[in-house]
Design a protein around this ligand. Sequence first.
Ligand SMILES: O=C(O)CCC(=O)C(=O)O
Ligand SMILES: [Fe+2]
Length: 379
Amino acid sequence: MVHPAQGQTVQDLAAGDLAAPPSRYVLRENKNRLTTPELAAIATIDVSRLTATATAADEEEAAKLRSALQSWGLFAVTGHGMPESFLDEILSATRNFFHLPPATKEKYSNVIAAAAAGGGEIDGETKYQNEGYGIDRIDTDEQILDWCDRLYLQVQPESNRQLEFWPPELRELLEEYTLRSEHVFRRLLAAVARNLGFNSEFFADKVGHNVSTYARFTYYPPCPQPELVYGLKPHTDNSVLTILLLDNRVGGLQILRDGRWLDIPVLTDGELLVIAGDEIEIMSNGVFMAPVHRVVTSERERISVVMFYQPEPEKVLAPSEELVGEDRPAMYKRIEAKEFGDGFWDAFAAGERTIDFLKVKVVEQQQQQQSEVAVSTSA
Ligand SMILES: O=C(O)CCC(=O)C(=O)O
Ligand SMILES: [Fe+2]
């Protein structure tokens, strides 16, 4: 059972002049920052140069994209056509939203029936819905909580928008950002397909033309002892690709590479970050891997605005047949995009990757069978 008081936002908690974070947030082992991580040397890709009729110079950009996806699974993006002033406006509006009085933000609460059910306490437990403002879902008393609050909204398809969760001061900006960042997503998806030798529409057809897009505005309050907590625990994204607009003042995003955590540098103003998600890993049969990443906090507040591009719910996620062969067996089982998406939150609360939590990866089983065969033949 989860104590209802756990539904308190981190921002309210942090405003209470704490000497140390409460134990629910404190990591059991020091998994966080014993040493100062190195900076990740990530590539910057000019998306305006990712075209189907590429010149030799543009081919270089496409090659850079492939190498970035295969090495890091993440890269910075320029040439997206959005003015720096527009991105700044989104960041400022996001900061302003989180600085509104608690009672104003409560109107968008992700606690189910906050008003009707007396703070959302149902059968002694706090119930959360995905969309809205608050903390991420708590499933168990053992769960170590992340040092962040968020506003989570479905932005596409438009017919699925639950506008009662949309703060008026973010609405127009989000509408425009949704259109513009989908353009970037589509361009990248086409380039990723061409990179693997397919036509531009190859992945677009698989994910559908009516993608499910979610926006996550995250606020990481200043933390009195940042080394004890996660801003956001290690995870991979539930997305084909994720487009991130990051705080241009404070870093904190880290990526796991070869067993070590590396800092993603604060981006140059006007740049976006792109991360490969679980769905592209499955569809590419592991040619492109979703990188494990996390956020560490500091004594300074930090914000991010993240767009997750997911396939239409009824689409089936599976390794593309063209990428499966004798030398590369299918590494993932087929799974409906909706089932995969629903599993994400269970997995996230449990601190696991959805791919592992839902047992979508099959390669280990095959390897296990092979090693069993090896053992029985050598015996
Ligand atoms: O805030 C960030 O920098 C990254 C957030 C993130 O990884 C996510 O929302 O999935
Ligand atoms: Fe993420």
